[in-house]
Structure formats: structure tokens, C-alpha cells
Design a binder for this molecule. Structure first.
Ligand code: AP5
Ligand code: MG
Length: 214
């Protein structure tokens, strides 16, 4: 299946993506994770995108669209993929649609996690992420079995640089102005499935996976 998962910062895209890709055996492609890995490895791309991520601003489309299309051309995506954090603008969505069309493909479903903005700051300020696999935890809401250590790969957990209150508020503003219009875009194409992101993590996974297996 060719899927997108969308929602505001802290909606739980990464958390749910981990469960969905396990259930469907498809690759999880998170543009945020790709950019953060490039920043950590100090690549040319990493140097170009660092200030955008640190400020909670969108990386320019010319650095993002080709990167994603190249990734989708890799062998492991031939039977499907789950895009997390892309597209984030109408221009990116149109480029993806065109790119897939050129390859004789199309999207199957767009999963939209809806969450009231008032709970996102608390979710993100308590978030801790695995330095190895990127799994998300929360200090009180979803703690790891051992403090500061990933349950799956035993690597240390860290706080993301863009999870400060000010940057989170900026990211929510960017989401509302530039990414939220995608809800109507995909609704108009009859691809959208919306889930209530304030439900417990396991319940949301169940709803999404059941929907995809229909
Ligand atoms: P990205 O990494 O995509 O960040 P984001 O969209 O801001 O979303 P997050 O990863 O912060 O949240 P999430 O929805 O994955 O939540 P999570 O599952 O971790 O992008 C980062 C930056 O990269 C952007 O700002 C931009 O600069 C750049 N970028 C990326 N893609 C781009 C693109 N296409 N174009 C241009 N620029 C791009 O969960 C959050 C917390 O909540 C965790 O603590 C978790 O345990 C907890 N939680 C999750 N679900 C629940 C629940 N149901 N109940 C209670 N707690 C929950
Ligand atoms: Mg994420």
C-alpha cells in the first residue's frame, strides 16, 4: 500500500507509523528523520537544512521533493511505503501526485491524526526520542521500561532540539498555514481517513490498522 500519515507536530505520526509499517511490512519514510540524520552526519544536505529545522520552518521544496522521489524509487518501496511528514505543502502534494503518476502509481490512503493544538506543547516537551531508531516516548504518558533507554534497541533517548515551547508553537503555526490545507486536498480525492489523536496510542493503532486491512 502507498500511504501518507499526516497531522500537526506531536499528533503521533511517528508513533503510529512504527506500528503500521510493522503490520503491513512496508518502509517508513520520515522526511524529518532523514533531515535529522543528515544534520547529525554533517552532510552537505544537513548543513543546508539545519537552520530550518532548528527554527521550526519548512525546508524549501527544492531540497525536499527530489529527495523523497529518489527514496520512493528504491527497491524496498516497490510494493508500498508510508510517508510521514511529507507532503507538507500543496506544492509538495501535487509534485508527489505527478511523480507517482509518471511511474504508473497512485496513493491508496491518507491517514490524518486530528489533535487539539492545546495538548501538543505538553506532548512535545515531554517527548524523548531514540538516537538509533527514532522511536518516540513520553516521560509520563509513554515512558520506556528503563529511564532514558529505548525498549527496542537499548540506545539512549534524547530530547529533540526543536521541542522547545517556542519552536513547537512556531511549528504548529506553520502546520496550520501550510499543511492543514492538505486535508481538503486529499478529502477532495476521496483518500482521507481521519482518526481522533487524543485516544490512547494502542487504540489509534487498532483503528488505523483495521481501516487499512478492510
Ligand atoms: P518532523 O520530524 O516531521 O516533525 P513534526 O511534523 O513536527 O512532527 P513530530 O515528529 O514532532 O510529531 P509526531 O506527529 O511524529 O509525534 P510523535 O509520534 O513523535 O519534521 C521536523 C522538521 O523537519 C520540520 O519542522 C521541518 O523543518 C522539516 N521537515 C520535515 N518534513 C518536511 C517537508 N516535507 N517539507 C519541509 N520541511 C520538512 O509523538 C509525540 C509525543 O506524543 C511523544 O512523546 C509520544 O509518546 C506522544 N504521543 C503520541 N501519541 C499519543 C497519544 N495518542 N496519546 C498520548 N501521547 C501520545
Ligand atoms: Mg515524527
Amino acid at each position: 500500500m502507498r500511504l501518507i500519515i499526516m497531522g500537526p507536530p506531536g499528533a503521533g505520526k511517528g508513533t503510529q507509523a512504527k506500528q503500521i509499517v510493522k503490520a503491513l511490512d512496508i518502509p517508513h519514510i520520515s522526511t524529518g528523520d532523514i533531515f535529522r540524520k543528515n544534520i547529525e552526519d554533517k552532510t552537505e544536505l544537513g548543513k543546508k537544512v539545519k537552520s530550518y529545522l532548528d527554527g521550526g520552518k519548512l525546508v524549501p521544496d527544492e531540497l525536499t521533493i527530489d529527495l523523497v522521489m529518489d527514496r520512493l524509487d528504491q527497491e524496498d518501496c516497490k510494493d508500498g511505503f508510508l510517508l510521514d511528514g511529507f507532503p507538507r505543502t500543496i506544492h509538495q502534494a501535487e509534485a508527489l501526485e505527478e511523480g507517482l503518476k509518471d511511474r504508473g502509481k497512485s496513493l491508496d490512503r491518507v491517514l490524518n491524526i486530528e489533535v487539539d493544538p492545546s495538548i501538543l506543547v505538553e506532548r512535545l516537551s515531554g517527548r524523548r526520542v531514540c538516537t538509533h531508531c527514532g522511536a518516540s516516548y513520553h516521560v509520563t504518558g509513554n515512558p520506556p521500561k528503563e529511564e532514558g533507554i529505548c525498549d527496542d534497541c537499548q540506545a539512549p533517548l534524547i530530547q529533540r532540539q526543536d521541542d522547545t515551547e517556542k519552536t513547537v508553537l512556531d511549528r504548529i503555526g506553520v502546520y496550520e498555514s501550510q499543511t492543514a490545507p492538505l486535508i481538503d486536498f486529499y478529502n477532495g480525492r476521496d483518500l482521507l481517513f481521519t482518526v481522533d489523536g487524543s485516544l490512547p496510542i494502542t487504540k489509534i493503532s487498532e483503528v488505523l490498522i483495521n481501516e487499512l486491512k478492510k
